[in-house]
Design a protein around this ligand. Structure first.
Ligand code: CA
Length: 234
């Protein structure tokens, strides 16, 4: 966890390609974030340890170590939000990185608006994680009260099955993060159902029908294609 929220959010960027470092740094600094750059995993780990940034952006293909090992190392002592950069060809690598604790990803090449949207969402999520004990959560016309275990849409009670509710709570407690298929299945159905992706699809579709204005064009319960799902609150 970022122990202190810096007045100007500090972002550590671990990326070995100089053009991408320049591009990302310029975009972030234009939005008043402070950026510390590292070219290698080793340097990046040191920077995260000493500077305690608010967010880490890490490329998965680094010259001295695998980005996945960087994430695993950091996750052993910190909940800092982690955004990964991955090449389009390394889908499995990206899913693995999310499974070991990365929060979100960008596939190269990516645009500045997408980068900034992801950064804002992750910083929002971590600011909330500091303060919340699961208060009432709202998205669109939906209101979820975890204490009372009630869900309403446009003020009308929505009935969710136990599994649907568990799934929704997984998305809510991890809002703004990409949750991989395997993580969601493990958390909702337990460790012995890794092959149940089709269950997940069915229950996600049910949730969308109950909670989204247009279940075929969801605005909140989003698909991360080939990877998993993400709940967006704002
Ligand atoms: Ca690289």
């Amino acid at each position: 966890m970022a122990d202190t929220q810096h007045a100007t959010p500090l972002i550590v960027l671990i990326e070995d390609e100089p053009q991408i470092r320049r591009f990302v740094r310029a975009a972030l600094e234009a939005e008043q974030y402070a950026v510390a750059e590292a070219e290698t995993g080793t340097q990046g780990l040191m920077d995260v340890g000493t500077r305690r940034p608010d967010l880490l952006i890490v490329d998965l293909g680094l010259p001295d170590m695998d980005g996945i090992d960087v994430i695993q190392d950091i996750r052993s002592w910190s909940n800092l939000p982690i955004l990964i950069l991955s090449a389009r060809t390394s889908e499995a690598h990206k899913v693995k990185a999310l499974d070991v604790g990365a929060d979100d990803y960008l596939t190269k090449p990516f645009g500045i608006p997408e980068l900034l949207a992801r950064v804002r969402a992750l910083l929002r999520r971590s600011a909330r994680a500091h303060t919340d004990d699961l208060p009432v959560v709202r998205f669109g016309e939906v209101e979820v009260n975890p204490l009372q275990r009630t869900v309403t849409r446009n003020g009308e009670a929505v009935h969710l099955t136990a599994i649907e509710y568990r799934l929704l709570m997984q998305l809510i407690t991890n809002a703004e993060r990409v949750m991989t298929h395997s993580t969601l299945i493990r958390e909702v159905w337990g460790p012995h159902h890794a092959d149940k992706i089709h269950y997940l699809r069915v229950y996600m579709s049910n949730l969308r029908h109950k909670l989204e204005a247009d279940p075929n064009a969801p605005r909140y319960i989003l698909t991360a294609s080939g990877v998993g799902y993400r709940l967006v609150l704002a």
